[in-house]
Design a protein. Structure first.
Length: 368
């Protein structure tokens, strides 16, 4: 099979301002030695480097892409927002929305990030590739049409879906978001539509604080086509796989999509600084294998993963490598150096039973 890997060096050059965690430096907030936002290029760059060192990259069809056009962007974002973004970018950068800073040229880099997603979705939809991974940066799943937040400036996945729909390449798309933070932007864009099923697995009460409730199921024509699974902090390997088996896969079976797109964040990992979950590289690999099997059954294997969050520079490369190797059916591995330790730290049998029972209760409320 042929797995595409979409990336561009320029996406690593996206930069924010002088921050310590998510706080602007100043007053009592001191600069960090390696200052900046948690969303930085090193997690992505180190993933790419690891793939080159192991030889996995050589097994992939590596491509770049053209930036998303204004026409592409206007299908999701209003002209006034795009104009403000471009004006500030041309003036040297700044901050839009909630903690979404960018440097000079940030508009062009964000458009390129969206363009990688567009190209990946189009290539898989056309059958040029069996499946694909887009290493998009900046990420996109928190971006509302006119309000960027959560490090996201443009709604990469939504832009890619609308571009594919405009070309008649897809009809019904399912978006599974396993980033640890609620995919509020993707949800909002498709909330009143039935041609895109949105499913978000996220840590309860993390980010954003005011979205992601189980009761939020969609509106109008979209009623029933939005699924949120707010999972308890501490959920680990077994709980994530149970969530897929109990909620995600039945929902996908019922929906029968033409394509499945995964908002692939690695911030549910056990050592991520922005979350309190306990997923491992093995978890992400097994989730990829299960969704890949579902895609094969439902839509001829048409599956695209688009990179979102994940903020551990040390561990994201191993999670990403395991995921992409599973996507590509590769025998090349990058053994997780923490595997034994992280298995020991998984939830106890009693807590794991509680977590799985909670997922069962939510599945029942969702009529799944």
């Amino acid at each position: 099979m042929t797995t595409g890997f979409f990336m561009d060096e320029r996406c690593f050059w996206h930069a924010g301002g002088n921050y310590a965690f998510t706080m602007p430096v100043g007053g009592l907030v001191q600069p960090l030695a390696a200052g900046g936002l948690p969303e930085n290029p090193e997690t992505k760059r180190r993933l790419r480097n690891l793939m080159e060192v192991t030889g996995l990259m050589a097994e992939l069809d590596v491509r770049s892409a053209a930036p998303a056009s204004r026409e592409d962007l206007l299908r999701v974002h209003p002209a006034a927002y795009l104009d403000d973004f471009k004006r500030l970018s041309d003036a040297g950068g700044g901050e839009l929305g909630l903690r979404t800073p960018f440097a000079a040229g940030g508009f062009e880099i964000a458009a390129l990030s969206a363009g990688l997603s567009i190209a990946a979705v189009e290539a898989v939809a056309k059958g040029d590739l069996d499946n694909a991974y887009a290493l998009s940066r900046p990420p996109g799943h928190h971006a509302l049409p006119d309000f960027p937040n959560g490090f996201c400036l443009l709604a990469n996945i939504a832009i890619a879906i609308e571009a594919a729909k405009a070309k008649g390449l897809v009809r019904r798309v399912a978006v599974l978001d396993w980033d640890v933070h609620h995919g509020n932007g993707t949800e909002a864009i498709f909330y009143d539509r039935d041609d895109v099923l949105t499913i978000s697995l996220h840590q309860e009460g993390n980010y954003p604080l005011d979205t992601g409730a189980l009761a939020d199921r969609g509106d109008g024509a979209g009623a029933g086509y939005n699924i949120n699974l707010p999972m308890h902090a501490g959920s680990g390997h077994t709980a994530y796989l149970h969530a897929l088996d109990r909620v995600v896969i039945p929902a996908l079976d019922a929906y029968q999509p033409d394509m499945i797109i995964v908002a692939c964040g690695f911030d549910a990992s056990i050592v991520d600084p922005l979350a309190r979950m306990q997923a491992t590289a093995e978890t992400f690999a097994e989730m990829t294998q299960r969704i890949k099997a579902v895609a094969q059954k439902l839509c001829g294997g048409k599956l695209v993963l688009v990179h979102e969050g994940g903020y551990s520079e040390a561990y994201v490369p191993f999670c990403g490598h395991a995921t992409i190797a599973a996507l590509a059916d590769s025998d090349i591995t990058a053994p997780d150096p923490h595997a034994k330790n992280f298995r020991i730290r998984q939830p106890s049998p009693a807590f794991d039973a509680f977590l799985r029972a909670s997922i069962d209760d939510m599945a029942q409320e969702l009529n799944l």
